[in-house]
Design a protein around this ligand. Structure first.
Ligand code: C2E
Ligand code: CA
Ligand code: CA
Ligand code: CA
Length: 275
């Protein structure tokens, strides 16, 4: 605080250094995380309203760091994407998700997030095939969640990759629908199996009258195109009832369950079973 002018400049520089160093340290740790078994998948249920049961789980990465504790994927996924580490991490996640899902009842699907970096890599198809083969999971039980950012550029290449993935028999969901780069034209160009309506629209449901109209527009459009809809981030019974009325197919959110470790899936299914 003394020597304001020069000091604050120096402070700024060393703060940048510290940040860069922290990033570098995290990068080194992330590099070893897989090998050290620090990564784990958690599972969050998608509850089917017409079936009145859990129809799928979404696999969500967790990093249990020995000193930092649980590191959020919001922190380490971007780093993994910048460094390319998302390729081995994503491959591991796909194998692990299929392996675990293969132990569940066969009317339960598994949804796995695919980073744009992974999606654009040439090996995704063979990695998906390998994960299915090794786990014995039926392809229709695997749903890949991709985001709209893939459509910003190179729409043709994206559509080509989507079609070859679909040819493997897996399902494709469009994640975080309605955020960012939404354009309705790609809904016409590619037959998605599912739209996941972003949590921001669900949060709005209790705050704005217009929010229900947006949900209705999305479910009406999806219905007409033969696409399922999942509402993300549902936390209350009020939200649930609006979404039921508006014809959403599945509900995902803390209202039913937070993401849980694989070992807690059976107990949760018991608790949420329709009878
Ligand atoms: P996402 O794919 O949109 O996943 C949904 C996020 O919302 C998850 O955060 C989930 O825990 C959280 N969530 C679910 N229900 C509720 C709710 O009712 N309220 C609130 N406030 N949040 C809810 P999480 O697990 O921290 O993951 C964050 C993001 O990290 C994911 O967003 C996804 O983009 C990315 N991610 C997670 N796992 C993977 C992975 O295996 N691969 C890739 N590429 N990305 C992943
Ligand atoms: Ca997702
Ligand atoms: Ca999402
Ligand atoms: Ca999101």
């Amino acid at each position: 605080a003394k020597d304001e002018g020069k000091g604050s400049h120096r402070f700024f520089e060393s703060a940048m250094d510290a940040e860069a160093q922290a990033r570098r340290a995290m990068e080194i740790d992330l590099h070893d995380a897989l090998r050290k078994g620090e990564l784990e998948l958690y599972f969050q249920p998608l509850f089917g309203l017409s079936q009145n049961r859990v129809t799928a789980f979404e696999a969500l990465l967790r990093w249990n760091h020995p000193e930092r504790g649980m590191v959020s994927p919001v922190q380490f996924i971007p780093l993994a994407e910048e460094t390319g580490l998302i390729i081995p991490i994503g491959e591991w996640a796909l194998h692990e998700a299929c392996r675990i899902a293969a132990t569940w009842a066969d009317d339960i699907r598994i949804a796995v997030n695919i980073s744009p970096v992974q999606f654009r890599s040439a090996t995704l198809n063979s990695i998906v095939l390998q994960a299915l083969a090794r786990s014995g999971l039926a392809p229709h039980r695997l749903e890949l969640e991709i985001t709209e950012s893939l459509f910003i550029d190179n729409v043709e290449a994206t559509l080509g990759s989507l079609h070859s993935l679909r040819a493997l028999g897996v399902r494709i969901a469009l994640d975080d629908f309605g955020t960012g780069y939404s354009s309705l034209s790609y809904l016409r160009s590619f037959p998605f199996d599912k739209l996941k309506i972003d949590r921001s629209f669900i949060v709005d449901l209790l705050a704005h009258d217009g929010a229900t109209a947006i949900i209705r527009a999305i479910t009406t459009l999806a219905d007409a195109l033969g696409i399922e809809t999942t509402a993300e981030g549902v936390e209350s019974s009020e939200q649930l009832e609006i979404l039921r009325t508006e014809g959403c197919n599945q509900i995902q959110g803390y209202f039913f369950s937070r993401p849980i470790p694989a070992g807690q899936v059976a107990a949760l299914l018991d608790k949420l079973s329709g009878d």
